[in-house]
Design a protein around this ligand. Structure first.
Ligand code: HPA
Ligand code: ZN
Length: 318
């Protein structure tokens, strides 16, 4: 089945093998020597321990070629699963704060996107991820840096640690992003307190086009009605991980489908979540709760309908 993915972090596709290779090439010390040892260390209990792993993994990404190889490996891998279109978050602040230029990051990613489109036929677009545990000033700076590459980026998202960092903290940044013509999305993570309140802010204050995760919509009748009426897409990630058992997420997904919500299945950070890419996640989810063929097809249709295809500005974007 041709598939689209709407919620994946390109830095979250850094497989242990590539991390080891880049560490050797760039002379970076790793906490473990082999890819197997690294993979075994990918254990986390909550969002903040996950994010610590995710950010420390990025340390090996230094050059344009590194970002190219990271992105091309992901695109090649999901192309083999018949993913024909993907929208990838990238987190420039996590790199500029280490002294890596915005241009280095985005040029490597873009070169991989173009090559994958030419050689494999897979299409992709980029979402600028704002790190919500950094300041609104830093977010605005990242947004301003992105404007030089406006044609390469379709939307702006909000990720990283949600605790104490509500959507309204970035109200002006997202107003500016909207004025620049970007599509808007924000993570409303299931592992956080205040998720219902944060989803409300996304809908009523920020005016997002999509919500990443958003499971707690299901806790509130008013939100269910509102999200359904607006056909607001929720990008669920039903990958198994220790703090967030897949069967629970899969059950929520099924309920969302039964409620007629515009829900999709995505992989988020596949390299850190036991290397589950889109086909495996869909299959595991389908098996966990017995989704019908029609429901699986509906998930794929929802993703294509909610994709920001046609929103890109660049000559070679969709
Ligand atoms: N949640 C929040 N921020 C993130 C994630 C996530 O799952 N992955 C990468 N940044
Ligand atoms: Zn995410």
């Amino acid at each position: 089945m041709p598939k689209a993915e709407l919620h994946v972090h390109v830095e979250g596709t850094l497989e242990p093998e590539l991390r080891v290779r880049l560490a050797e090439r760039n002379g970076v010390e790793l906490p473990y020597r082999t890819a197997d040892e690294l993979a075994a260390s990918y254990a986390y209990q909550d969002l903040s321990s996950f994010l610590a792993l995710y950010f420390s993994g990025m340390d090996v990404l230094r050059t344009e070629q590194d970002f190219f190889e990271l992105t091309y490996a992901y695109l090649q891998r999901v192309h083999a699963q018949n993913v024909v279109y993907t929208e990838m978050h990238f987190d420039p602040q996590a790199h500029t704060s280490r002294g890596i230029a915005f241009d280095t990051v985005i040029s490597g990613i873009r070169r991989a996107q173009e090559m994958a489109q030419d050689e494999l036929g897979i299409r992709s677009q980029l979402i600028l991820g704002i790190l919500r545990d950094m300041s609104a000033e830093s977010a605005m700076e990242a947004l301003e840096q992105s404007l030089a590459y406006r044609d390469w980026i379709v939307g702006v998202g909000l990720d990283s640690d949600e605790k104490g960092n509500p959507p309204v903290k970035f109200r002006e940044v997202f107003e500016r992003a909207r004025a620049e013509g970007y599509k808007l999305t924000m993570h409303c993570d299931h592992l956080q307190e205040n998720s219902v309140e944060h989803i409300r802010q996304c809908l009523d204050v920020i005016g997002v086009d999509r919500i990443d995760h958003g499971y707690h919509v299901l806790d509130d009748e008013g939100l269910i009605d509102d999200v359904r009426r607006r056909h607001m897409c929720l990008t669920f990630c039903t990958t198994s991980n220790p703090s967030d058992p897949a069967p629970r997420r899969a059950a929520e997904l099924k309920r969302a489908l039964e409620l007629g919500l515009n829900v999709t299945v995505n992989t988020d950070d596949p390299a850190y979540m036991r290397s589950y890419y889109l086909s495996e996640v869909l299959l595991n989810t389908q098996q966990a709760v017995g989704l019908s063929r029609e429901q699986v097809a509906e998930l794929a249709r929802n993703a294509f309908r909610s994709a920001w295809i046609g929103e890109g500005r660049g000559r070679r974007t969709l």
